[in-house]
Write a protein that binds this ligand. Structure first.
Ligand code: 5AD
Ligand code: SF4
Length: 442
C-alpha cells in the first residue's frame, strides 16, 4: 500500500510539472512516505531525516532551498514528535490527505517559513482528488479498499489509516482499464483487508470482493490478477469460487495467520481459530489444487508461551507455506496489546524468530527446488541483473531470471526452471515451435 501511495504522490508531482532529480542533493523537494507498523520502521524516519537535513543545510549554503515533507502513517501517529524532533520539516500529512499536496506546496511557495502539519481524517475520498493513475511497467498496484475495522490488538493501522472504506466498483474498473491501457499486464488489488471490500456498483448496490474480481477478470488485455492482504475470516464461498473459476487469478494467496495458538489468536482479537484457518486453506486447495500460500507471523506477542509458539510451528508444517513474512512483536503506543502485562523478553522473541524463520526459509527453498525441471509461465517485467537477461515473476511470485530479448518485457512466456535458491529461480525460455507429426513433445 505504501508503494502504491508513493506512486500516486509521484503522479501528483509529475502532474504539477516536477521531474525526478538525478541525486538527492539535486532535489528541491524531498518527501518521505512512512510506515508505522513496527517501531523500527518509524525510528528509521528520524535517522533518515537527520541525514537529509545535512543536505538541506549544505544546499542552503549554496543558495538553494530544499522543501522536506513527510507523508504516511508516522505523521498520523507521531505528528508532535516530528514537530519537536525535526523542526526543519516543512510539511507533514497523513496517508489519507496527501492529495492536498498541490495546495500545501503552493502555500509553502508563498511563505517558505510556514510549517504545515495535517493529521485530519477527511470526510472526502483522496481518490476523488488524485490525477489519473498510469502504469509504470507491466505490473501495477491498485488500491480498492483502505483502512481497517478489525482492530487486531497489536496493530496501529486502524488508528493511522482509519476506518475501512471501499472505492466504488466503477471507479476501480476505470483505474484498472487505464492501467492496462498504459501497459499493465498484471494488477494487484490492494487493501489492508482487501477481501472485506464492499464498494457500490453503478446502481448504488453494495458489492463484495468476489463480484469485483469477476468484473476485473473481464477486462480486455489484463493477463494476471492478484490481491493482498486478505483476512482469513472474510474468505467467503464466493471468493473460493473465484479461485476455482477465474484462470486470470494467480494460484498464490497471502493469507496471514499471525499465530498458530488459539489463545494468542483470541488475545490478538483475530476472528478465527487455527482450525478454522486450516479449514479455509483446505477449501481453497480443493477449489484450486495448485494454489500456494504465504503468511505473516508475529512471534512474542504478550503472553506467548513455548507451547503457543510450538503451535505456530505446527501450523507452518501443516500448511506448508511457500513464502512468508515474520516479525517480532513490536509495542505500538495506543494499541491495546502495548499495555498487556505479560510482555515477552526481547531475547526470547529473537530466539523464536530465528527458529520460525529457519523453518519458513527451508520450506521456501524446498518449494523453489521442487520447481526445477518444471515449465512455468513467467511475466517478464524488466531488465535482469546480467546483460541479455530479463527479470520476471512466476505465478507464485517467485523472482526469476532468464536470458531473453528485451522485446519479451510485458509478455508471459513458458520458462523451464533450471536452478533455484531461496530467493530466486533461473530458467530458460522454452521455444514455442509448431508441432510436427513425428516430433516428440518436450
Ligand atoms: N508488531 C509486529 N508485527 C506487526 N504487524 C502488524 N503490527 C505489528 C506489530 N505491532 C505485522 C502483522 C501484519 C503485518 C503487515 O505486520 O503480521 O500482518
Ligand atoms: Fe492490522 Fe490487518 Fe488486523 Fe487490520 S486486519 S488491524 S490491518 S493486522
Amino acid at each position: 500500500m505504501n508503494v502504491y501511495d508513493s506512486q500516486r504522490i509521484a503522479g501528483i508531482l509529475q502532474n504539477m510539472g516536477a521531474t525526478e532529480a538525478a541525486a538527492l542533493d539535486e532535489a528541491d523537494l524531498i518527501i518521505f512516505n512512512t510506515c508505522h507498523i513496527r517501531e523500527k520502521a518509524a525510528e528509521k524516519l528520524f535517522s533518515d531525516l537527520g541525514r537529509i537535513n545535512l543536505i538541506k543545510e549544505e544546499r542552503r549554503q549554496n543558495g538553494k532551498e530544499t522543501i522536506i515533507g513527510v507523508v504516511g502513517c508516522v505523521v498520523q501517529a507521531e505528528d508532535e514528535e516530528i514537530e519537536k524532533r525535526a523542526p526543519f520539516v516543512n510539511f507533514a500529512t497523513g496517508p489519507l490527505t496527501y492529495y492536498r499536496l498541490p495546495e500545501i506546496l503552493q502555500k509553502i511557495a508563498r511563505d517558505k517559513n510556514i510549517r504545515l502539519i495535517d493529521t485530519e481524517f477527511p470526510a472526502e475520498s483522496k481518490f476523488d482528488h488524485l490525477p489519473e493513475n498510469t502504469a509504470e511497467g507491466c505490473t501495477a498496484y491498485l488500491a480498492v479498499q483502505e483502512g481497517c475495522n478489525n482492530f487486531c490488538t497489536y496493530c496501529i493501522v486502524p488508528y493511522t489509516r482509519g476506518v475501512e472504506t471501499s472505492r466504488p466498483v466503477e471507479e476501480v474498473l476505470k483505474e484498472a482499464r487505464r492501467l492496462v491501457a498504459t501497459g499493465a499486464a498484471e494488477i494487484n488489488l490492494l487493501g489492508q483487508n482487501v477481501n472485506s471490500y464492499h464498494g457500490e456498483d453503478a446502481a448504488g448496490k453494495e458489492r463484495d470482493f468476489a463480484f469485483l474480481l469477476r468484473k476485473m477478470a473481464e477486462i480486455d488485455g489484463l493477463k494476471r490478477l492478484r490481491y493482498t492482504t486478505s483476512y482469513p475470516a472474510d474468505v467467503t464461498d464466493e471468493l473460493i469460487a473465484c479461485h476455482r473459476e477465474l484462470d486470470i487469478l494467480m494460484p498464490y494467496l497471502h493469507l496471514p495467520l499471525q499465530s498458530g495458538s488459539d489463545k494468542i489468536l483470541k488475545a490478538m482479537n483475530r476472528r478465527h481459530t487455527a482450525g478454522e484457518y486450516l479449514d479455509i486453506i483446505g477449501r481453497l486447495r480443493e477449489a484450486r489444487p495448485d494454489i500456494g500460500f504465504s503468511s505473516d507471523f508475529i512471534v512474542g506477542f504478550p503472553g506467548e508461551t513455548d507451547e503457543d509458539f510450538a503451535a505456530t510451528l505446527d501450523m507452518v508444517d501443516k500448511v506448508g507455506y511457500i513464502q512468508s513474512f515474520s516479525f517480532k512483536y513490536s509495542r505500538r503506543p495506543g494499541t491495546p496489546a502495548a499495555v498487556y502485562p505479560d510482555q515477552v523478553a526481547e531475547k526470547i522473541k529473537s530466539e523464536r524468530l530465528n527458529i520460525l524463520q529457519e523453518k519458513l526459509f527451508s520450506l521456501q527453498l524446498s518449494f523453489n527446488r521442487q520447481c526445477v525441471g518444471k515449465i512455468m509461465p513467467v511475466l517478464f517485467e524488466s531488465k535482469g541483473k546480467r546483460k541479455g537477461q530479463l527479470f520476471g515473476h512466476t505465478p507464485y511470485l517467485q523472482n526469476l531470471h532468464a536470458a531473453a530479448p528485451a522485446e519479451a518485457v510485458g509478455r508471459i512466456l513458458p520458462v523451464r526452471i533450471t536452478a533455484a535458491t531461496m530467493n530466486s529461480l533461473t530458467g530458460t525460455i522454452v521455444q514455442q515451435q509448431p508441432k510436427r507429426n513425428n516430433s516428440k513433445e518436450v
